[in-house]
Design a protein around this ligand. Structure first.
Ligand code: ADP
Length: 177
């Protein structure tokens, strides 16, 4: 596990199931309908229960690079911040900026709602096909920038495999150096 201290926050890369984390909020890598899907989105909806989908239906979707907040229902996390990452189209269609925007939108919502501990999955690196090392550099940079603001206590980059955690851990160490 890689752990970096910045701005009073611990930024950590961990391996595991994000639905198990008892933090102020977990981030969902959703699709723009916010009506559920596969991957981490499916896992979050299964663990939260049907009330999460009911609340999501009232939101009316979310464009890529933005975020929306709901309650956590059956999850140990109090809130879910749903964001939509970019679909990878080769890197020339603004994918980096949209992914950075998704992280920033999540941190902004956390700040607005007084949430100090939050976890992110590896947004866009599953079915959306974003190259992992490149996504990891963006996640690390945005986490460090958010931590520098001094509001957060714990920022977890929650990877689903050891291989992904190694990639995100290397990116965090490199960005912090
Ligand atoms: P996207 O559509 O943004 O690519 P995916 O859900 O397909 O989203 O994948 C994003 C990342 O989430 C992938 O690295 C995938 O391995 C990971 N993932 C899937 N399930 C979980 C889970 N329960 N906890 C944490 N990460 C998960």
């Amino acid at each position: 596990m890689v752990r970096i201290e910045k701005g009073g926050a611990a930024i950590e890369v961990v391996t595991g199931d994000i639905t198990r984390l008892a933090l102020d909020a977990i981030v969902n890598a959703a699709n723009s309908s916010l009506l559920g899907g596969g991957g981490v989105d499916g896992a979050i909806h299964r663990a939260a229960g049907p009330e999460l989908l009911e609340e999501c239906r009232t939101i009316g979707g979310c464009p890529a690079g933005e975020a929306r907040i709901t309650f956590g229902y059956g999850l140990p996390a109090q809130r879910v911040i749903h964001t939509v990452g970019p679909v990878w189209h080769g890197g020339e269609r603004g994918e980096d900026a949209v992914l950075a925007g998704a992280y920033r939108a999540c941190f902004a919502l956390a700040l607005d709602n007084g949430l100090r501990t939050l976890a992110f999955p590896a947004i866009s690196t599953g079915v959306y096909g974003f190259p992992k090392a490149r996504a990891a550099r963006i996640a690390a940079r945005e986490a460090l920038a958010a931590a520098a603001g001094g509001h957060f206590r714990r920022i977890v980059l929650c990877c689903f495999s050891e291989a992904d955690a190694a990639t995100y851990g290397r990116a965090l160490e490199a960005s912090a150096a």
